[in-house]
Design a protein around this ligand. Structure first.
Ligand code: AMP
Length: 282
């Protein structure tokens, strides 16, 4: 595996691969890699000639400086894991390489319809930052296929909207959520959970599972209320728990009226913000 910190270095080599007609799969990450990320890498390796992974902690998608500062950075270990899983190129740039003209310029794309609920109101500017960085990384890598996780449901929905609206050539592949044995969704932030809180963080998975088991038995409103109660244990503070249409991300009134339904939640577990979701129907 080759590692590049500059755009020019990566581009030179990718151009050679493209000239040979090789297909390129791309997995953008913020590093502190775990088996969730590796599931994307493995699929990309399986489906493409060349797999590129980026590790870039993108400042423009953090709305709290403290969260950005505390974000775990483990580049050497990340590189080892990527190599073991067959990744060909690691792109690990700094902000200047990604944003040579400054980070202010953003992509001209209306994402307002998809950011009305859930993460949108709770993390102002977050998705604008995500769109900006993914767009920029796609310009650099020009992949045939882009691999993202269902873990960030609203994120991949917005990127799917971007690819479609801007008629970009890249195809999006979404991979299921990889969980720890006890149900907690893997996340780079999990290492920051205090042991007593970590043990009880399974409550998100339990609440989502309860909702899935009851989606056709109780109303979405009742299930949201019950789910919020379930995750409101000591040291845990829910930001939202919503049952939404998987296409529009709009809250639903009756499960019978929708063919694709997902429950999404964000909960503060002590000082760590956890997100999780579960596809209920579809
Ligand atoms: P991040 O480094 O958190 O920005 O995540 C990079 C990519 O990995 C995103 O597309 C995430 O949705 C995906 N991802 C993160 N956690 C998981 C997980 N537990 N299972 C599957 N994919 C994941």
């Amino acid at each position: 595996m080759k590692t590049y910190k500059t755009v020019a270095g990566l581009r030179r080599n990718l151009a050679k691969e493209m000239a040979k007609g090789k297909t390129i799969g791309f997995v953008p990450t913020m590093g502190a890699l775990h088996q969730g990320h590796m599931s994307l890498i493995k699929l990309a390796v399986q489906e493409n000639d060349i797999t590129v992974c980026s590790v870039f902690v993108n400042p423009t998608q953090f709305n709290e400086k403290e969260d950005l500062d505390k974000y775990p950075r483990t580049l050497e270990r990340d590189a080892e894991m990527l190599k073991e899983n067959g990744c060909h190129y690691l792109f690990a740039p700094g902000p200047k390489a990604v944003y040579p003209d400054g980070a202010e310029k953003s992509v001209d794309l209306d994402i307002s319809a998809l950011t009305q609920h859930m993460e949108g109101p709770n993390r102002p500017g977050h998705f604008e930052g995500v769109v900006q960085v993914v767009h920029r990384l796609l310009e650099i890598v020009e992949p045939d296929q882009l691999y993202m996780g269902q873990k960030d449901f609203q994120q991949f929905s917005i990127i799917a909207h971007m690819l479609k609206t801007l008629q970009m050539k890249t195809k999006l592949r979404v991979c299921p959520i990889i969980r720890e044995a006890d149900g907690l969704a893997m996340s780079s932030r999990n290492v920051r959970l205090k042991p007593s809180i970590r043990k009880r963080s399974t409550i998100l998975y339990e609440a989502l599972t309860y909702i899935k088991d009851n989606i056709h038995k109780k109303s979405p409103k009742t299930l949201e209320k019950k789910g919020l109660e379930m995750v409101s244990i000591a040291d845990f503070k829910p930001e939202y728990l919503k049952i939404v249409d998987g296409y529009t991300l709009e809250p639903i009134k009756d499960s019978k009226d929708h063919s694709y339904i997902v429950a999404c939640t964000a909960v503060w577990a002590g000082e760590v913000r956890l997100i999780d979701n579960m596809i209920l129907v579809g």
